[in-house]
Design a protein around this ligand. Structure first.
Ligand code: ADP
Length: 413
């Protein structure tokens, strides 16, 4: 009806996996989704989902991202296997890629060009575990879908407008100038999606102050002013801030130096300690998964109970800090695996926020499914559960960037 529709293929390429979603835009209808796991192995597994049909699985040797994406593209058009949602692969009008690190170079989503790829490659320095694989996904898609515009959407971009006083560490400034060591923040597409939903739920007017809590295996929290983040708990790496499944979150750098000296740890060992053996796992000694932590705490396990207490205490502390950073708060939102599914965590966090005028509705909190208001009408600050959707943010940005690039430049058109 006058609106151009376009099919957008969203890709999230990791070291050994590719997750995908095919959207019909602008309706945002998901035509298909799925993932390829164990790339690089003989028994890689493709799981392909089409709404209303049984999931389709395929196990075979897949050694690289190109083969993985090629396999997915085949499934999207394979009538015989019943996995098809497209007649022809050239119906895909654009590809949107999740790229973890945009550094200071990318403050918003961009069309992929040779220069953009070169910069993403340079940023590997800052995100060695992610950017190279994101780039492999981009190059694979370029090869398989020649001429189709590719758009990069960065996890850091939503935080790119943080003021300097929030993003600098109080280290010698030379280190920032020399190595770009500063706070970048991550989970940007998630914080952005959630904040946009909350802004709409609040009436869509003005510049609300929103605190978004993304609590998954990785966890971060953001202070959002209207349409951008002004501070966030993850920093130069995703290690800083909240306690996570296996990551420590905030820790005194001096304690780290001391431990490294006493235990004679190498850099790799210290890295593993902080990223893989800390957090909920490090404190409970048994589990990194919140479901297991909650079950353990329920059964009287001291370590699990302590892990839960520490996890929620940290979140509460950050909410207080961000209420101060924003000079007030108009709404608080919970998202991601724990934020969306754990009434217990939400209750424990909010129990200490009465000074902000937060009043949780226990029944609404327990019953919450999907998007929900979980505070009472009297609560001065509304509290929401918002299921996150990073892929739709990527799909929307992909459409917007392609439209912008195609639009005639003002004055020349
Ligand atoms: P990732 O960061 O890997 O994307 P998710 O956002 O999927 O992670 O979140 C995973 C976390 O969510 C795990 O700690 C898991 O235990 C927790 N989680 C999922 N469902 C529930 C639930 N019903 N109750 C408590 N925690 C849950």
């Amino acid at each position: 009806m006058g609106v151009d529709t376009v099919k957008v293929f969203v890709l999230n390429s990791g070291s050994s996996s590719v997750k995908y979603k095919l959207y019909d835009m602008p309706a945002e209808t998901v035509l298909a989704s799925g993932q390829v796991e164990r790339i690089g192995m003989e028994d890689a597994l493709v799981t392909h989902r089409v709404p209303g049909r049984e999931p389709y699985q395929l196990q075979q040797e897949i050694l690289d991202h190109t083969t993985a994406i090629q396999q997915v593209l085949r499934l999207l058009t394979d009538q015989e296997r019943g996995t098809a949602v497209l007649e022809r692969i050239d119906e895909i009008g654009a590809v949107g890629h999740r790229v973890v690190h945009g550094g200071e170079a990318f403050q918003e989503s961009v069309l992929v060009t040779p220069e953009v790829k070169a910069t993403i490659r340079e940023l590997t320095e800052l995100a060695p575990l992610h950017n190279p694989h994101n780039l492999s996904g981009i190059e694979a898609a370029e090869g398989l879908l020649p001429g189709v515009p590719q758009v990069a959407v960065f996890d850091t971009a939503f935080h790119a407008r943080m003021p300097q006083h929030a993003y600098l560490y109080a280290l010698p400034r030379l280190l920032y100038e020399r190595y770009a060591v500063r706070r970048y923040g991550f989970h940007g597409s998630s914080h952005r999606y959630v904040a946009e939903r909350v802004r709409t739920l609040l009436g869509g007017e003005g510049t609300p102050k929103i605190i978004t809590c993304h609590l998954g295996n990785g966890a971060s929290i953001a202070a959002v002013l209207g349409d951008h983040s002004i501070d966030t708990s993850m920093g130069f790496t995703p290690l800083e801030g909240l306690m996570m499944g296996t990551r420590s979150g905030d820790v005194d750098a001096g304690a780290l130096l001391y431990i490294m000296a006493r235990e004679e740890l190498s850099l790799a060992e210290a890295d593993a300690m902080l990223n893989k053996h800390s957090g909920l796992l490090g404190i409970s000694g048994t589990a990194s998964d919140m479901r297991e932590i909650e079950a353990g705490a329920e059964q009287g396990d001291e370590g699990a109970a302590l892990a839960l207490e520490m996890f929620t205490y940290r979140i509460r502390k950050y909410i207080g800090a961000y209420a101060a950073a924003l000079n007030g708060v108009d709404a608080i939102a919970f998202t991601a695996g724990i934020g969306e599914h754990s009434p217990r965590v939400r209750e424990m966090v909010c129990a200490g926020l009465t000074y902000l005028g937060v009043e949780l509705d226990p029944e609404a909190n327990r019953q919450a499914k999907g998007e929900a208001l979980i505070s009472t009408p009297a609560s001065r600050v509304p509290v929401y559960v918002i299921p996150t959707d990073e892929e739709v943010v990527i799909a929307r940005d992909t459409v917007a960037v392609v439209a912008r690039e195609r639009a005639p430049v003002a004055g020349q058109g």
